[in-house]
Design a protein around this ligand. Structure first.
Ligand SMILES: Nc1ncnc2c1ncn2[C@@H]1O[C@H](COP(=O)(O)OP(=O)(O)OP(=O)(O)O)[C@@H](O)[C@H]1O
Length: 215
């Protein structure tokens, strides 16, 4: 089991519980769509799995490591080495070229593999764009860079929060196809937040968040 979420609870200060008793598992290589109404806690759950925020009860175990037992350094290492994130906003670094953006996370994690990054660059159709800057790319192209940057470390788990939310239908289809095929090729697992039934139907499984629980 790659990811196990057991009876997790999460409140923000002064607020009602956002996650009330959430349990979910994900096997290596599986893809799972996380759906739910706006405000149901999808992004919150993704942040907890990414070890970007703490939870109040229950446990999240990623790659055999219970997150509640990790210190800050160990959480940072887990983030760097095991998982990658793709957001609705592409979050590229404006002052770096596309080639530099593609390799930045792998470089920081000391996991840079130039051949793999070259493969990703071509596979994502970015070879002719590598010397440009993010502002010179379309939204779909920028999201392809963000996917390449995320896959450059060969993560065991890819977390994606509405990755096509800012794209038109054509660009969305391209981005989703590329993400699914790269995940399949590398054997990574995918946890993807979406509002789209069409996208959710392309993934292996679906979990629906409502009232702080998985339905
Ligand atoms: N940092 C925060 N501090 C306080 N409350 C927060 C914080 N982040 C989220 N919330 C609240 O937690 C609830 C769940 O938010 P979350 O962003 O996880 O929902 P979501 O399902 O991803 O929504 P959407 O589909 O609109 O993106 C909301 O009521 C939101 O206002």
């Amino acid at each position: 089991m790659l990811l196990s979420i057991d009876h997790v609870q999460k409140s923000y200060p002064g607020g009602r519980p956002v996650l009330n008793d959430v349990s979910l598992t994900l096997e290596q290589g599986q893809t799972l769509a996380l759906t739910g109404e706006s405000g149901s806690g999808k992004s919150t759950l993704l942040h907890l799995v990414a070890a970007l925020d703490g939870f109040d009860g229950g446990e999240i175990t990623l790659d055999g490591r219970p997150m509640s037992s990790l210190n800050d350094i160990e959480r940072a290492a887990l983030r760097r080495n095991t998982l990658s994130l793709v957001f609705q906003q592409f979050n590229l670094i404006p002052s770096l070229t596309i080639a530099q953006n593609l390799s930045i996370h792998a470089r920081l994690a000391k996991r840079e593999d130039p051949e793999w990054i070259e493969h990703l660059t071509k596979r994502l159709g970015l070879a002719d764009l590598r010397n440009r800057y993010p502002e010179q790319l379309s939204g779909g192209q920028q999201q392809r860079v963000a996917i390449g940057r995320a896959m450059a470390i060969r993560p065991r788990l890819l977390l994606a929060d509405e990755p096509t939310g800012n794209l038109d239908e054509t660009a969305s289809a391209v981005v989703l196809d590329l993400m699914l095929s790269l995940v399949a090729d590398t054997g990574a697992a995918l946890l993807l937040v979406t509002h789209s039934n069409e996208i959710a139907n392309r993934l292996d499984r679906r979990a629906h968040l409502t009232g702080g629980r998985i339905e």
